[in-house]
Design a binder for this molecule. Sequence first.
Ligand SMILES: Cc1ncc(C[n+]2csc(CCOP(=O)(O)OP(=O)(O)O)c2C)c(N)n1
Ligand code: SF4
Ligand SMILES: [Mg+2]
Length: 303
Amino acid sequence: MGKNNLKICSDLEDIMPPEYRELVASATYGKENRGWKDIGSAKELIEEHSLCAGCPEAIAFRYVLASLPNPEDTVMVGSTGCTSLVFPHVAVHNIHSLFGNQNAVASGLKRALKLRFPDREKDVVVLAGDGATVDIGLDMTLQAWFRQEKFTTICFDNELYANTGGQESGLTQKGFVMKMAPQGKQFNKVRMPEIARESGCAYVAILTVSKPNLVERVLKNAVLIARTIGPTYIQIYTPCILEIGKQSMEGLQEMRDAEGPNDRFAFREFITDEAKAFLADMDEKKKAAAAAKIGTAAPAGVK
Ligand SMILES: Cc1ncc(C[n+]2csc(CCOP(=O)(O)OP(=O)(O)O)c2C)c(N)n1
Ligand code: SF4
Ligand SMILES: [Mg+2]
């Protein structure tokens, strides 16, 4: 499939905007082993965005897009919040849902795509904030998992409602005072990864975006497991530097500070036995294919 979806009809090429031509020339669609290292050169991995300067949601978004195994056959579902500011700049199919409804919309979409394209894998990936995922949309999030809907839910956890000026969410830390919640959070951060595991997710991970290799591995696992086995959930710390009073260059350090061994964003991963066996099988097949490729390659000097 690759870039066929994007290609410009040759008669129209000269009148297409230069940005579109550049997108087609540099797009990673169809590229084997595309990943986070492509973000400096591929136009579809967001050149511009309308988030605050230095907001970690921007780099998190880029890593997520770069890690999708099959972007040309992926539909992302967004929700209201700072995350929704990025979707207009993204060259991946996406739908904006009503705040909180994203997992209900994704459920219908995944089923419709299955009926419409029975012979082609279509991935659905939800990307929404903690307010949308864990507060106002919690019912929709959980019910999709209970029904074993086969898509990935990604929560960009900045531990508050950022887009509306700083209200608390279920994922705010206890005691944290926000601009619009002056008394501070009265109870602990909800343990969403554990809830996801108990609610039927086949793969769950919590992490920051300080290590791009890790983000890429987790994303690929989550999308491939969701495609084959069942729902998957990823929670990524994307601190709101505006709310916590950090400068634009300080987001990375903030993430590193929050991922120590016993910290709230220490990397944790849960995977069912079935999903583990699926990944092991996929690895075996990849190794066998690579070995076969070497075996059939012509010896050096032979044409
Ligand atoms: C149905 C509905 N309820 C409330 C709102 C107002 N609203 C817009 S964004 C937002 C908070 C978003 O918080 P979160 O999901 O954590 O995303 P963030 O902005 O932090 O990235 C709220 C309450 C809305 N747009 N629609
Ligand atoms: S308000 Fe916070 S989360 Fe939203 S774009 Fe600005 S820094 Fe990022
Ligand atoms: Mg938030």
